[in-house]
Design a protein around this ligand. Structure first.
Ligand SMILES: *[C@@H]1O[C@H](CO)[C@@H](O)[C@H](O)[C@H]1NC(C)=O
Length: 442
């Protein structure tokens, strides 16, 4: 396996004519505000209606969330990674974390966590091989700092509003609640479609783990996305108090301005309403790792009938201190969600979900051709379909164990589907995904 990573051409989901607007408005901005530097990166937003007042508001917000860096690293994919002093990171701006001391003692890792082993039985699989594009710069963040992907004016302008920047849409929670109700109609009207596996509800769960292979599903429309993740949930799906901790990879042109798969985290303590956000785009998640940037592109990625690259994510509650930690790969700590942020999850989770989600913005007419996973259906299996393997949960005793009873759900199996199974090597695993629009999913 070469270390060289081929830079993929960014699949343009954009409309090329926007470049003309970009040039024109770059000129305009120079005369209205000096705070905005226009970049030449591929952009997805028409700038027609951006006033200098709005730009100033956006800039004020960015000044709040982009912390002054000790060092800045330019990633080959265009990202700017700021190395920010640990104690200056956005998390600590959260009102609930005013007196929070960054956890210094290592969390108690779950029993049964496997030590790194070289290679796997499966030919072609490079376990934990997927890594981040910005590492190819060669520069590292200094000790005592954490790498944070800098947000730009473009990032905010692609969002519906400044308020919605970095947030998940409310409809997500509705899709969850409808899915869980006994209503015969489980097809969500809001366009969120899933292919997921989940544990039975009302269990006491203290964490979840999985190894997920990484792809670059194509996204048809800028404000659609495709993600593959773990959900750790507690609270009621029908109320407004659902607590959720989420992590995985996602392709979101709206959030990142390109179509690369990126490592992401998400949290909410009120059913996706006012609290929480992706990555470090609001305060909350405390990062401790100086090598992993949340929101940064993963590279290399899997290709059809060739190398499969997967990432391993574990989210669990440190039984000693109570914070929810995330580790990446076999045992690399990334950071944690402080217990203070949550209500129900301050105790434990009651359900775990693993799988894919896409947004179909087409309310009527043709189904979107935004892909889930690799764009292949589960039936296509290893080398073609995307997978989650070695599904595990953490129990009351802080022990990792293979999940034995899972249910699966896909709203429309003609568009995206899921197929779970068990093997000695992969434990409980599933293949999932699909192409979206096709003759059976018109
Ligand atoms: C690495 O980042 C620095 C600082 O932003 C930049 O000057 C340099 O050109 C980058 N190097 C590479 C190889 O991208």
């Amino acid at each position: 396996m070469g270390i060289l990573v081929l830079l993929r051409k960014i699949k343009s989901c954009s409309h090329h004519h926007h470049h003309h607007h970009l040039l024109f408005f770059a000129f305009l901005f120079l005369h209205t505000t000096v705070a905005v530097k226009m970049s030449s990166t591929l952009d997805y937003t028409s700038y027609r209606e951006v006033s200098s007042l709005r730009l100033e508001r956006i800039q004020r917000h960015l000044d709040k969330i982009n912390k002054p860096p000790l060092l800045t690293i330019q990633s080959p994919d265009g990202d700017i990674i700021d190395c920010v002093h640990k104690r200056k990171q956005p998390a600590l701006d959260h009102p609930l974390l005013k007196n929070h001391k960054i956890q210094k003692v290592a969390p108690k890792v779950p029993k049964g966590m496997k030590v790194k082993k070289e290679g796997t039985a499966m030919e072609g699989v490079v376990s934990g091989g997927a890594w981040q594009m910005w590492h190819h710069n060669g520069t590292r963040c200094p000790k005592g700092t954490v790498p944070i992907r800098r947000s730009t004016v473009h990032d905010v302008l692609r969002a519906k509003s400044l308020y919605e920047f970095g947030k998940k849409k409310r409809s997500m929670a509705m899709s969850l609640s409808r899915r869980r109700s006994d209503a015969p109609d489980v097809v969500s009207g809001n366009g969120h479609e899933h292919a997921i596996a989940y544990t039975g509800s009302s269990q006491e769960v203290y964490g979840a783990k999985a190894t997920i292979n990484v792809w670059d599903p194509s996204i048809q429309v800028v404000n659609e996305f495709s993600l593959s993740q773990i959900w750790v949930l507690s609270g009621s799906f029908d109320g407004s108090d659902l607590n959720s901790i989420e992590a995985g990879w996602q392709v979101s042109p709206e959030l990142y301005g390109d179509s690369r798969p990126r490592l992401f985290t998400y949290w909410t303590s009120d059913s996706y309403q006012a609290t929480g956000c992706y990555n470090l785009l609001c305060s909350g998640f405390v990062q401790t790792n100086s090598r992993i940037a949340i929101g940064a592109a993963i590279s290399p990625i899997s290709s059809i009938d060739s190398n499969q690259y997967d990432i391993t994510i574990l989210i669990w509650k440190d039984p000693k201190v109570g914070n929810w930690w995330m580790s990446f790969g076999d045992s690399t700590l990334v950071g944690y969600w402080p217990a203070e942020l949550f209500t129900h999850l301050a105790q434990h989770a009651t359900m775990v979900e693993w799988g894919g989600e896409v947004v179909n913005t087409r309310a009527t007419g043709q189904h979107t051709s935004t892909q889930m996973g690799s764009g292949h259906f589960a039936e296509d299996g290893f080398g073609k379909a995307s997978y989650f393997r070695n599904l595990e949960i953490v129990d009351t005793d802080n022990s990792l164990s293979s999940v034995h009873e899972i249910s699966t759900l896909a709203e429309n199996t003609n568009c995206y589907d899921i197929k779970s199974s068990y093997s000695d090597d992969w434990g409980t695993y599933f293949y999932y995904g699909g192409p979206g629009n096709n003759p059976q999913c018109p």
